[in-house]
Design a binder for this molecule. Sequence first.
Ligand code: ZN
Ligand code: ZN
Length: 409
Amino acid sequence: MTLDQQLEKYAELAVKVGVNLQEKEGLLLSGNEAALPLARKIMKKAYEAGAKHVEFQFSDDQMQVIRYLNGKEFVFDNFPQWKVDQLEAMYKDNYHQLFVMAPDPELLKEIDGDLIAKNQKMVSKAVAPIMKYRMTGITKWSIVAVPSDAWAKSVFPEDTLEDATSKLWDKIFEATRVDQEDPVAAWQQHDKNLKKYRDFFNDKDFEKLVYTAPGTDLEVYLADDHYWMGGSKESQAGVPYVANIPTEEVFTTPHQLKVNGTLKATKPLSLNGKLVDGFGFTFKDGKVVDFYADKGYDVLEKLMENDEGAKYLGEVALVQDDSPISNTGILFNNTLFDENASCHFALGRAYSYAMRGGSEASQEELTKRGANFSLIHVDFMVGSKELEIIAYEKNGNTVQIFKDGNWAF
Ligand code: ZN
Ligand code: ZN
């Protein structure tokens, strides 16, 4: 199959399974230069599906760097309110959102970490009031990724740019099931399977999980009335959509204050264009009280200084080692893929929809039940072939849920 034909299938998957665009809905599409070939196909598929309008928002990588290098201090103090208003107006007008990412893992490596953190904080704060549209399922959204030159070279440094790009495309198509005969049908089957695990966990209503692996010995209580999620979500209008393509995870909300022990990350983390590697944490009563990193220690430190919630966990996710993503055998240097290759946690904000009745509950109530709040949400990977997880029911019964990095049942 030619690249063009595969892109066509990928675009169809993004529109029909990802954002699952319905007739007369609007689509807000965004991406950089490398995203254009796929974005054009997505636009075509969206109009074929009956979109009322497709708006493409272009962002240029180099312009981001130019802004950081030349902007005066106050540029990073005030986010343009009109941008927030525009986005909210689109959400209210039944627009749904598709992000085509072509990330450069080290785009911002020359930029001062304080400035990046400041900018990140400003953006998070500005858009916080409109996060509810996506968080509560009013707005459907999805992320798909395509290779950028820098990304391809970071994954396949030995190859020429052309070979590296073509290899990364192949890995992306494997990981997203685009290489299969009928990707849309493959995703429907995959979704069913994730829902099977999700339902099992919701029925059992486990009290805590205990993780053991080299460098990891961690006890994680789950939040009161937590809810397990997996695969597609349903919008408030009742339309299923898949926010991340690919997704392999079944996840829920840990209890913010009841996490104790040590946890070692098993894959590097790319954070705002900087790489953190060889890192881990010690938790006491939910809080990170100690941490280490071979690379990017300061980046991790800054991350946790964002706010109080940045030092606590907000997500616990189970992904088995035997999945199309880990079976590609490569490290993607990108969280969208790597988090779905591996069990992970997130520092920062819990998802309200990973709590029972969470979308309607106030933040105050969610906090009382143990759901962490923060302006950040950053996933890091802890899965490996050596990972074992035991789940405890409230009556003390135990179930081994992970053995040698895979589902134990
Ligand atoms: Zn996750
Ligand atoms: Zn996450």
